[in-house]
Design a protein around this ligand. Structure first.
Ligand SMILES: Nc1ncnc2c1ncn2[C@@H]1O[C@H](COP(=O)(O)OP(=O)(O)OP(=O)(O)O)[C@@H](O)[C@H]1O
Length: 313
């Protein structure tokens, strides 16, 4: 279990992360999302002990990062945003070095290195220097070193960055495997990645946690779409229906008026739809479509971003 309490970090007078708190259970894959500069990398660096917070506390399975960094980092795998920095080293030597840094020795060390090589399919590049590798292979080396020591917490800063579609699939499969025994936090800008991998989504904005929800809940829209042949002036009764917060006309094509209804959090969507249809028909209005509004993640995030900028204005 990872517990983060009131984590903050400033660069000079600029606050990059402000009072971030979260609890993450083992086995969860958590997507850390946000615009460029939202604070994702800063948070990940603090969670991995590479950057000291100005305030706040991080514990993993009860081990406090500030009080016991060695024990904490022994349980951690971290793929930083920038890739391994030892360009002249051979891949095999680099992994051996990284395993020693994690305190692995003897047979256990060899076994861990073998497992990491096999998980990231690096067998054919072991005797290549890191500088000669393609971006995708460098990324695999970064992931391989993160896997050493069977981490309880794996932090991956944009793990599929630079990978081709096949490697991306392999990486996603690998992350799911690791999550069977560890907590995984990954940052990404790719919404398909979130859909394919994450159980939970944390959206950062200007260094603050803006949203923290299970993906299923996030996608479970509390909006209804209705298309009928009535203009807004005829539909005043909709906003008085139980469970409806507001409704907006979104498009009109001829006699097809399309509306979105925002429901209250406790509203039962099917009951609202049933009452709505009954009322519309009772008023002699023709109904072309009624149902849940399905939005993809891209749309959801642009909506949240829009909310952010309208709050800021
Ligand atoms: N070393 C630093 N000195 C000063 N400002 C910094 C430093 N590192 C990051 N920042 C600033 O802190 C903010 C958060 O940066 P961070 O790299 O954490 O964002 P991010 O969400 O990871 O962005 P991206 O998606 O572009 O990688 C940005 O405004 C950035 O310019």
């Amino acid at each position: 279990m990872l517990t983060v309490r009131d984590l903050s970090r400033r660069y000079g007078s600029f606050t990059a992360v402000n009072n971030a708190s979260l609890n993450i259970e083992p086995g969860q894959i958590v997507g850390l999302l946000g615009h460029n500069g939202a604070g994702k990398t800063t948070i990940m660096k603090m969670l991995s002990g590479y950057l000291e917070p100005d305030a706040g506390e991080v514990t993993l399975d009860g081990i406090n990062l500030a009080n016991n960094p060695k024990a904490f980092q022994a349980k951690l795998g971290y793929l930083p945003e920038s890739l391994p920095v030892y360009p002249d080293m051979l891949v095999a030597d680099y992994l051996d070095f990284a395993a020693s840094l994690k305190g692995l020795q003897g047979r256990q060390k060899n076994q861990q290195i073998k497992q990491a090589i096999s998980a990231t399919a690096l067998e054919t590049r072991l005797l290549s220097s890191i500088s000669s590798l393609s971006r995708g292979y460098k990324q695999r080396v970064g992931v391989a070193q993160a896997l050493l020591g069977e981490p309880r917490l794996l932090i991956l800063d944009e793990p599929t960055n630079g990978l081709d579609p096949q490697q991306t699939q392999q990486m996603r499969h690998l992350i799911k495997e690791v999550a069977k025994r560890a907590t995984v936090i990954l940052s990404t800008h790719i919404m398909q990645e979130v859909e394919a991998l994450c159980d939970r989504v944390i959206l950062l904005s200007k260094g603050e946690v803006q949203l923290d929800k299970p993906l299923s809940e996030l996608k479970n829209s509390s909006q209804v779409v209705v298309c009928c042949d009535a203009a807004p002036a005829q539909l005043g009764f909709i906003s008085r229906l139980n469970g409806v917060q507001r409704f907006n006309l979104v498009t009109r094509e001829g006699e097809h008026y399309k509306y979105h209804l925002d429901l209250t959090p406790e509203a039962e969507q099917s009951l609202v739809c049933a009452e709505l249809v009954q009322k519309l028909i009772h008023c002699g209005i023709r109904v072309f479509e009624v149902g849940q509004l399905n939005r993809d993640l891209e749309t959801l995030f642009s909506e949240y971003s829009h909310k952010e900028s309208s709050h800021a204005a």
